[in-house]
Design a protein around this ligand. Sequence first.
Ligand code: G3P
Length: 232
Amino acid sequence: MVAGRKRKEKKKEEMKLFIDTANLQEIEEASKWPFVSGVTTNPSLIAKEGLTQKEVIERIAQMIDGPISAEVTEETAEGMLAQAHELYQIKPENIVIKLPMTIEGLKACKKLYEANIPTNVTLCFSPAQALLAMESHATYISPFLGRLDDNGWNGITLLEDIVDIKRNFGYESKIIAASVRSVDHVQQAAIAGVDVATIPYKVLAKLIEHPLTAAGLETFRKDAAKTASLKK
Ligand code: G3P
């Protein structure tokens, strides 16, 4: 442990890693990796794929047996709820309804909680917003690290604050580190104690890499070849 770092109380559940993409090739590949257990999408990611949201979510649901966040785009709670029920029907065991951080979004959040449909409140940029989503019984809350860092705030500080609020009061909402840009974001999010990090494919693929692992492996292979040549 780093000197001076406070040890936090042990959590009941393990951290999960999701892939943050709507690209079907990326999801198919990542679905074979033993450390990827869910998918998050948003309208911008879906727009890159040239398919409707329904088509994309249906295809993802065939590949991943874990939480799949699908975002609503209506402005009123009533509109969001109608969209949410349609999306949820695609695969009720796995679909999580992604809702915006607005009063209408939080009204829809509470209604979906009462209907036992999981939610992910997205576009969270402050501890106050996270508190409101926790009080509205969000299943997941997505603070956006990268977009905060890009604009001169500190995404990891926000995560730490939200983790503290959750622990202070025992809220059940799971915190998803979103808008992840780097391996270090994932490491810092894990140290902060988030429940999930949702990670773009390129960053997920980099998590395994370390130059000393590559160098060590090469040495071990060369030395193994020397031993193999001794065999009679
Ligand atoms: O899915 C939400 C979030 O992860 C978006 O990330 O890179 O567009 O800021 P980004």
